[in-house]
Design a protein around this ligand. Structure first.
Ligand code: CAA
Length: 386
């Protein structure tokens, strides 16, 4: 077993850190205040290869491994979780989904633009009445011979307003239940496809989250991903990798908050000394560092298993469950270390605290992660004694 990163990993980590410091940090408070989507920064992240990190260079991607992706996601999320969720959805849910399960024609048509930031993609599974209970799809995709006709509503769609392509899960054959669901690639501007207003959110306010409406949207058959009825499995398999990205986002939010807390504790004086010298503060920092390291190891283990083509669904669920809890705990404690200063926008921990919450909700709530974990451990149960 090795715990060291390669030279290449260290270079990617450093590049992401520098980009986040130099280009994401300026204006991050204003983008959060005004719910401003970072169009120009998305273009830059595309140029630098962060939007198609694991995509084969043949399709315009960076051809990196999942460990590199986790390292980059941590660094970007320390500064701007709105930017990093755009990166995560584009990489894990859209590019990976198309590259792994799409036809050659689909890969050639969509991946080069998605991997280079000429456009971003969106993943459309959730509906008003199908959130955690994702098999209950009400959106329909009726088979019309050479095309499908989509009708229904999707909500909580990240990149909803800005995406160029949307991977839409919809029910073709209700009799077959989840085995009658298809995933269809819908292009922006297709007649009958309407994008709703941006949601006014607690956190990740720079990213777009919208409702989508489909009214007799005609999608050619060649836009279906995989065999007829593969859509639900496609969504589940894709989300297994997505959960590694969101776990790494949570890790970055936590480690960003800890870095700020450490810096503040070494500067701020109370009772005649820096507050870091008070055990009440030092112990908070010790807990943060330990929990963050545990979350990091879970993220890297899940990424390693994915790179080794092992089953990684269990590790991904554990990484997301734990890292999202750590993000919420650490950001709360980082505000406490900052006292009143932590409660205002200027010191950044207030934003990280708000951004942390969503990591316990999207790409499967913490309760769903526990279902996935419990099912896996009950299936694999071995008894050493007795
Ligand atoms: N990989 C492959 N197949 C899988 C799978 C996986 N990880 N998990 C489940 N499946 C398959 C099962 O094998 C089963 O297929 P068969 O019947 O053919 O064997 C089928 O899917 C249905 O599975 P279950 O019987 O387990 O279904 P369930 O209803 O009991 O539970 C669930 C499934 C795990 C709870 C699932 O509904 C789930 O993950 N829910 C959460 C949905 C979610 O994460 N939504 C996030 C929205 S996307 C988002 O947030 C993106 C964004 O914009 C940021």
């Amino acid at each position: 077993m090795q715990f060291s990163l390669t030279e290449e990993h260290l270079m990617i980590q450093q590049a992401a850190r520098e980009f986040a410091q130099n280009e994401l940090l300026p204006g991050v408070i204003e983008r959060d205040n005004h719910q401003e989507f970072p169009d120009e920064l998305v273009r830059r992240m595309g140029e630098l290869g962060f939007l198609g990190m694991m995509v084969d260079p043949e399709y315009g991607g960076s051809g990196m491994d999942t460990i590199s992706y986790v390292l980059a996601m941590e660094e970007l999320s320390k500064i701007d979780a709105s930017a990093s969720v755009i990166v995560s959805v584009n990489n894990s849910l859209v590019c990976w989904g198309i590259e792994t399960f799409g036809t050659e024609a689909q890969k050639q048509k969509y991946l080069p633009a998605l991997a280079t930031g000429q456009m971003v993609g969106a993943f459309c599974l959730s509906e008003p009445e199908a959130g955690s209970d994702a098999t209950s799809q009400r959106t329909t995709a009726i088979d019309m011979g050479d095309h499908y006709l989509i009708n229904g509503t999707k909500n909580w769609i990240t990149n909803g307003k800005r995406a160029g392509v949307y991977l839409v899960m919809a029910q073709t054959d209700r009799e077959k239940g989840h085995r009658g669901i298809n995933c269809l690639i819908v292009e922006r501007g297709t007649p009958g496809f309407e994008i709703g207003p941006k949601e006014d959110k607690l956190g990740i306010r720079g990213s777009d989250t919208t409702t989508l409406q489909f009214n007799d949207v005609r999608v050619p058959k060649e836009n279906r991903i995989g065999e007829d009825g593969f859509g639900f499995k496609f969504a589940m398999k894709t989300l297994d990798g997505g959960r590694i990205g969101i776990a790494a986002q949570a890790l970055g939010i936590a480690s960003g908050a800890m870095e700020l807390a450490v810096k503040y504790a070494k500067q701020r004086k109370a009772f005649g000394t820096e507050i870091a010298n008070h055990q009440a503060v030092a112990f908070k920092l010790a807990n943060m560092a330990t929990e963050i390291e545990a979350a990091r190891l879970l993220c890297l283990k899940a990424a390693y298993e994915k790179d080794q083509h092992k089953n990684y669904g269990l590790s991904a669920a554990m990484a997301k469950l734990y890292a999202s809890k750590v993000a919420n705990d650490v950001t709360r404690e980082a505000i406490q270390v900052h006292g009143g200063n932590g409660y205002v926008k200027e010191y950044h921990v207030e934003r990280l605290f708000r951004d942390a919450k969503i990591t316990e909700i999207y790409e499967g709530t913490s309760e769903i992660q526990r279902i996935v974990i419990a099912r896996a451990i009950l299936e694999q149960a071995k008894v050493a004694v007795g």
